[in-house]
Design a protein around this ligand. Structure first.
Ligand code: Z2T
Length: 803
């Protein structure tokens, strides 16, 4: 069934008229967008309903990906692409005389996540549907997404993100699928028919209403589901909700996403959100399974549940609760099924990110769940003590020192624990989770992260996509491994020149945005050097900033020296409570103020810190990047995914050997990446022997002295407080993330970057080489491995082949 332009035009004009009583000429961009969204949704509806019926009829095993965060980005173009009607629709829209781009831009970008973890979940949704794997996402429909970031005098200010203000065309409210989630109260055991059963008393019931969004597979007529839950007052329970405060408690529950990435905020509301997602999600899974009329003891043959970090780890006790309290299975039956069903991904080794809920909090909020956790813990210890002795067993306890360790529960309650890059998994096994690796060696495995080239290459970089198509045909779009064919073009001058032209046009597009939004003029012929990720000390945006200061000082000392112009581009939100991260934002904005307005500097050096970085801005910045900054302290970045997106768009990587950078190095080779800095082993050696002295490094390096002094001597405007705090963190408090240690090597590798850029041909040869090696980082491969090795779920498209 192929859509014709004419047919589309007629249909679309009818939809606009039907929804708004307006002609397409009269409708606003938002109305045009909304009507197009409604049209696309109904276009996909056929596939959506058929997919669901088929899964049910064939009783296929299904995956449920539980995540507190999803970052899907704007969905219009991606849905059009996946439905195979992007070109026809765009042509139809333009035939009518409308501006397609402005319609696309009228869509809100749902910011229901913090960073890499949430975006990964959405890349996975795209790959799962595109590979024909029966699976759905399970998350929360936050009324407000992650705060919008503004800069006022260079300081981050947070503004609420009211993304649902004008509704959301993609979602379908399913009131008939709502479930009750109970909080608080007391539990006691009572005898009923000769059996001890728990009775819950005085609980508060909250209604969980699902909103479903189609996850459309890439040109395979298959549509999966993303189910986001919203909290409401149960209509039959209004007596309990007569007080305003009781009503507010419900409305608060799914009001806002916690804005902390890799940092645990032990708030009661967050705990409630986590349990709300787990309980609603598991109830809906069990209800569906029961429709299949199979014995509950066999649920693991039809259901796989994936836990995205520990945030949804209460899935484990909730699953057991439902099977034993509501479905009368024995503990042993419930526990065996639980382990088979559950799998868990760890996304960080940062200690401050580890979720540890106080016992008292769990007892008060979810008393029955706490009892079950106690029982899991008791049985774990009882079983492991004789095998492993006291010390090791104690180290793996779930309940310890007044808190429940969620990672421990997630490992003990599932059959698979994975890290997100080779190095990260190795560190989990040998350091962070060592005692567990000794107990459960076969549970541990690696699944290196991936990205969807559909959004990050085909949609974000149409020009590069077209160039690739011209060179190697279009098969790579379904078989990302075919990007390697591009290797055959690295010695073709014409191809390299075309690649340069594409990059230049993408840089000009971004430069227009910067001019319009920030009134900064940047030269598209300069190197565009990009660091885009959450602001965190371990990611070392500060190292990048120190490099900029160093260049600035060189220019000031020698204003007439020829130097390679560079534009430093940052995008980063800081958690609102993370003072140090906010101080670094202020520092970088102050550096920007200084260098962008210094006549001695001119085009040689510019600093652009974009406001409100997110998926939509990433789509604009990444295609324009020449250099990809992946400079975290080795061992600290679990994987990184912007490294993969930037590489696929032809940026060259400046990197430490951290996270997936190691694998990027392995694919492209040492000559095609700029490596510097400590290795993770060296970092761990420093930890062991405690010999790091940042002051010593500072005092013996004249360049560092000059650079760091600008933080406290007034050179950089308006950073009295921030400059001092940052200076002290580096010199006085021994530089937790070894910024000073890696500084010299970083500076010298950046000089190599400048030199290489003088030879455009050599530069674009490496750029093309990077693109040609980016295929393995397709999330399609990652998901294939999850499906084969962890979930044991087959694709519904038997013919599928990725390599
Ligand atoms: C997050 O984005 C990541 C880890 C977290 O640990 C939390 C959040 Cl919100 C709890 C990131 C990692 O920092 C990054 O290295 C990785 O690429 C990404 O998750 C996806 O795995």
């Amino acid at each position: 069934m192929t859509l014709q332009v004419e047919e589309f035009r007629k249909d679309y004009e009818r939809v606009v008229k039907g929804m708004y009583g307006l002609s397409v000429e009269e409708a606003s961009p938002f109305q045009l967008y909304n009507a197009l969204g409604a049209y696309v949704k109904s276009f996909a509806g056929e596939h959506w309903s058929r997919t669901k019926t088929e899964y049910e009829k064939k009783q296929v095993k299904q995956l449920y990906y539980f995540s507190m965060e999803f970052l899907p980005g704007r969905m219009l173009k991606s849905n059009l692409l996946n439905l195979g009607i992007l070109d026809v629709v765009r042509e139809g829209i333009e035939d009518i005389g409308l501006d397609f781009h402005s319609i696309v831009q009228a869509e809100e970008d749902p910011a229901l996540g913090n960073g890499g973890l949430g975006r990964l979940a959405s890349c996975f949704m795209d790959s799962i549907a595109s590979l024909g794997i029966p699976g759905s996402g399970s998350g929360i429909r936050y009324r407000y997404g992650l705060f919008q970031q503004r800069f006022i005098d260079g300081h981050q200010v947070e503004v609420p993100d009211n993304w649902l203000r004008n509704g959301n065309v993609w979602e379908v409210r399913k009131e008939n699928k709502a479930v009750n989630v109970r909080f608080g109260g007391q539990v006691y055991m009572a005898e009923q028919k000769g059996r001890l059963i728990p009775v819950y008393e005085n609980t508060r019931t909250i209604l969980a209403v699902p909103y479903d969004t189609a996850m459309i597979g890439y040109q395979n007529e298959l549509v999966n589901n993303l189910r986001l839950w919203s909290a409401e007052i149960p209509p039959e329970d209004y007596v309990h909700y007569s007080s305003i405060s009781a009503q507010q408690e419900v409305n608060q529950l799914t009001e806002v996403l916690y804005p902390d990435d890799s940092n645990y905020e032990g708030r009661i509301l967050r705990l409630r959100q986590e349990y709300f997602l787990c309980s609603a999600g598991i109830q809906s899974i069990v209800r569906y399974y029961k429709k299949l009329q199979l014995p509950l003891t066999m649920i693991a043959e039809k259901v796989a549940i994936h836990i995205n970090d520990t945030h949804p780890a209460l899935c484990i006790p909730e699953f057991i609760r439902i099977l034993i309290d509501e479905e009368q299975l024995t503990w042993e039956q419930a526990w065996e099924s639980c382990k088979k069903v559950m799998s868990y991904t760890n996304h960080t080794i940062m200690q401050e990110a580890m979720e540890k809920w106080p016992i008292e909090m769990l007892k008060a909020e979810v008393p029955r769940i706490y009892q079950i956790i106690e029982e899991i813990n008791r049985r774990h210890i009882e079983k492991k003590l004789p095998l492993y002795g006291e010390e090791l067993t104690y180290q793996t306890a779930i309940i310890r020192e007044g808190v429940v360790n969620m990672a421990h529960m997630a490992i003990i309650g599932s059959h698979s624990v994975n890290g997100v890059a080779q190095l990260h998994t190795t560190i989990l096994k040998n350091e962070v989770l060592k005692p567990f690796y000794e107990m459960y060696p076969t549970r541990f495995n690696n699944k290196t992260n991936g990205i969807t080239q559909r959004r990050w290459l085909q949609l974000a970089n149409e020009e590069l996509t077209q160039l690739i198509d011209e060179k190697i045909g279009t098969a790579w779009k379904k078989k990302p491994s075919e990007l390697t064919i591009l290797k055959g073009f690295v010695n073709e001058d014409e191809t390299l020149k075309q690649l340069e032209d594409v990059k230049l046009r993408n840089k000009k597009r971004f430069a227009r945005y910067v001019k319009e939004k920030m009134d900064i003029t940047i030269d598209p012929n300069a190197i565009f050097d990009v660091q885009i990720k959450r602001l965190h000390a371990y990611k070392r945006q500060l190292l990048n900033a120190l490099h900029i200061i160093s260049r600035y000082l060189e220019i000031k000392e020698n204003p007439n020296a020829a130097i390679q112009p560079r534009v430093f581009i940052f995008g980063a939100k800081a958690a609102p409570s993370y003072l140090y991260a906010k101080q670094i934002i202020k520092l970088i904005n102050a550096i920007a103020e200084l260098v962008n307005n210094d006549p001695d500097v001119g085009d040689k050096l510019k600093v652009v810190f974009v406001e409100n970085y997110g998926v939509t801005l990433a789509e604009l910045i990444i295609p324009a990047a020449d250099v990809s900054e992946q400079i975290s302290l080795a061992s600290k970045e679990a994987s990184g995914t912007s490294n993969m997106k930037l590489m696929a768009n032809g940026a060259l990587t400046v990197a430490t050997l951290d996270g997936a950078n190691v694998e990027i190095r392995n694919y492209v080779g040492e000559e095609n990446i700029f490596l510097f800095g400590l290795t993770s082993q060296e970092v761990y050696e420093y930890y062991e022997n405690g010999t790091y002295s940042s002051r010593q490094i500072f005092e013996s390096n004249p360049r560092l002295i000059k650079v760091l002094n600008t933080l406290i001597d007034g050179t950089i405007p308006d950073i009295q407080e921030e400059g001092r705090v940052i200076f002290d963190s580096l010199v006085q408090y021994n530089d937790e993330y070894f910024v000073l240690k890696d500084f010299e090597e970083y500076i010298s590798v950046q000089r190599e970057v400048d030199e290489l850029y003088q030879d455009k041909q050599a530069w674009y040869r490496k750029s093309l080489w990077n693109i040609a090696n980016s295929g393995p980082f397709s999330a399609d491969f990652t998901i294939m491995r999850y499906a084969d090795e962890i979930w044991k779920i087959d694709s519904q498209m038997p013919e599928i082949e990725l390599s």
